[in-house]
Design a protein around this ligand. Structure first.
Ligand SMILES: Cc1ncc(COP(=O)(O)O)c(C=O)c1O
Length: 400
């Protein structure tokens, strides 16, 4: 009964693991879930208050499909500062989460058979979203030797006349690693030679960085000349802890802004009016709150990484931002877990046995396109992280 397109649809593996963890919890197991990329701190208080006020004020009706004008204006100002290029109000489109904005942008950009370059490891949703837009995901392997990042030479080699989009995510989910300004400059040099390539930059973690900068380096910082073919996507989920409010946005080339707004008008209509008011408030002065979050995350990351690094066979990669530890588990591959008698053949087997035997939920690296790793979200309490480390230690000691 279902369409050929529907048959391409893979459910999100992160959500699947999180659901398994939730079921085990319900059944009474003391589960430590390091699966979902969701802040464990509350929504920015000023934003939450503004949302409540919006309900009290009866601001509960349709707005313009591409976002209410005040919000687009506020976003244009924020994005102009963040991206260091002039973003006009009319270039900004607001959608139901960065995820749906990416989905919509792909729908509006891709013709059947056009290629999208996706550096791996990648966010789990990208390839499926490309396929649903009738595009072809072209996965570019970026192993540890290149610090999990796309090189200019690799990009040059991968571009064909059919290439339509390069997808960049920095800091990255799953690695937390960000491109440096120099690396972006090198990519920009290649992109300049290929004017048919559109850059889709997923900036969802750009404020959650562990350097002294307020935002991560961006392609447009070093190559403002690429502004006319760059779509910069962001949202309130991670930086303002607003995952459930469902809002994201894009700074688009004008021709895309128009059709993306039309696409939303024919699918979701506007993002929840209450959410838009809350986001408008969050944008007034986000830095003090985001700074607090950054400091908490940096503290957690340091201690979590140190503890994991002390476990034989594990090597956490150094992260620049976001809230993930990209854990090299190659030292555990091929071993057998005595307790369960199961062999650790790959990252999926490892995640399975860890969940079954130690009730630690993680996401296997293979879901992000790279074998031998686990992704651990550390957007959870220090107490939970400590428990996770103890369980990893016990698990490691039981491997032969
Ligand atoms: C890389 C990346 N992009 C986009 C999103 C989507 O965020 P949103 O909640 O705004 O849809 C996520 C969420 O996990 C993500 O990790």
């Amino acid at each position: 009964m279902i369409s050929a397109r529907a048959q391409l649809l893979k459910p999100s593996p992160t959500m699947a693991m999180a659901n398994r963890a939730r079921e085990l919890s319900k059944a009474g197991k003391d589960v430590v879930s390091l699966t979902v990329g969701e802040p464990d701190w509350p929504t920015m208080p000023a934003a939450a208050e503004a949302g409540i006020q919006a309900i009290k004020d009866g601001f509960t009706k349709y707005t313009a499909a591409q976002g209410m004008p005040e919000l687009r204006a506020a976003l244009a100002k924020t994005l102009s500062e963040e991206l260091r290029v002039p973003v006009k109000d009319s270039d900004v489109v607001v959608g139901a989460g960065a995820k749906y904005v990416i989905f919509g942008a792909l729908q509006m950009l891709l013709n059947p058979g056009e290629e999208v370059l996706i550096p791996a490891p990648y966010w789990v949703s990208y390839p499926t979203m490309v396929e649903l837009a009738a595009g072809i995901p072209v996965i570019l392997d970026c192993p540890a030797q290149q610090n999990f990042k796309l090189t200019a030479a690799q990009l040059e080699k991968a571009i064909t006349p059919k290439t339509k989009i390069l997808l960049l995510c920095s800091p990255s989910n799953p690695t937390g690693i960000a491109y440096t300004a120099d690396e972006l400059k090198a990519l920009a040099e290649v992109l300049r030679k290929h004017p048919h390539v559109v850059i889709l930059s997923d900036d969802i973690y750009n404020r959650l960085v562990f350097t002294d900068e307020k935002v991560a380096p961006h392609l447009l910082h070093v190559a403002p000349d690429l502004h006319g073919r760059t779509v910069a996507i962001n949202g309130a989920s991670k930086s303002f802890s607003m995952t459930g409010w469902r809002i994201g946005w894009a700074a688009c080339p004008p021709v895309l802004a128009k059709v993306l707004g039309d696409f939303f008008s024919q699918s979701t209509s506007n993002v929840c009016s209450i959410t838009q008011k809350a986001t408008l408030k969050a944008l007034e002065n986000p830095e003090p709150e985001v700074k607090k979050v950054r400091e908490i995350l940096r503290g957690r990351l340091d201690s979590f990484q140190k503890s994991l690094a002390a476990i034989p066979g594990l090597k956490p990669e150094k992260a620049d931002g976001a809230f993930y530890v990209w854990l090299d588990c190659t030292g555990w591959m091929g071993k057998t877990h005595k307790g369960s008698g199961k062999k650790i053949t790959n990252s999926a087997a490892l995640a399975d046995v860890l969940l079954d035997s130690e009730a630690v939920a993680t996401v296997p690296g293979i879901e992000f396109g790279l074998e031998g790793y686990l992704r651990l979200s550390f957007a959870t309490s220090e107490a939970q992280l400590k428990k996770a480390v103890e369980r990893f230690q016990r698990f490691g000691a039981d491997l032969i």
